[in-house]
Design a protein around this ligand. Structure first.
Ligand code: DQA
Length: 148
């Protein structure tokens, strides 16, 4: 039993998945993605909680009040702009993985830059909805290794 708790944070417009730019983001909805990662969490004995917001300040509040061993975050558009989310992550020092559905490095130049990736344990981009599950597997491996 690993007794780990991992928080997922989905940034702005990810509530529109399923209909939003399926060429970039696939056809799965956010509910599908959450169901899949919760199921993988059950298999790995990891408790998963998920939060989505379109508002930068709400994401900052969520990070400040984090009650979890680690974080998987897709900051969406805020990836490329948010000093506030970067500072919140610096303040709480929680291990986190940055996730993107699309391969941001194959897209417009402004998406190549991330405000937080240098603080992340790792980054997974380009595997669609599977990016989240890959992040969970990576984090679980890291956390159970470092706990044993
Ligand atoms: C995204 C990539 C971002 O550039 C974009 O603003 C998003 C989603 C992704 O998951 O591929 O909203 O984070």
């Amino acid at each position: 039993m690993s007794n780990l708790h991992i928080q997922i944070i989905h940034g702005p417009n990810l509530n529109m998945l399923g209909t939003r730019e399926p060429g970039h983001y696939g056809s799965q909805t956010l509910i599908d993605i959450d169901e899949s990662i919760i199921q993988l969490g059950d298999e790995l004995n990891v408790q998963i909680t998920s939060f989505q917001s379109n508002h930068e300040g709400e994401i900052v509040d969520k990070i400040q009040h984090l009650d979890a061993d680690a974080l998987i975050i897709n900051p969406a558009a805020y990836t490329h702009t948010s000093v506030a989310i970067r500072d919140a992550l610096l303040a709480v020092k929680v291990p986190f993985v940055e996730v993107h559905l699309s391969n941001i490095h194959k897209r417009e130049e402004f998406r190549h830059k991330s405000m937080m990736v240098d603080m992340a344990m790792g980054v997974i981009a380009g595997f669609g909805a599977q990016s989240y599950n890959l992040a969970l597997r990576g984090l679980h491996h890291y956390l159970t290794q470092s706990k044993s």
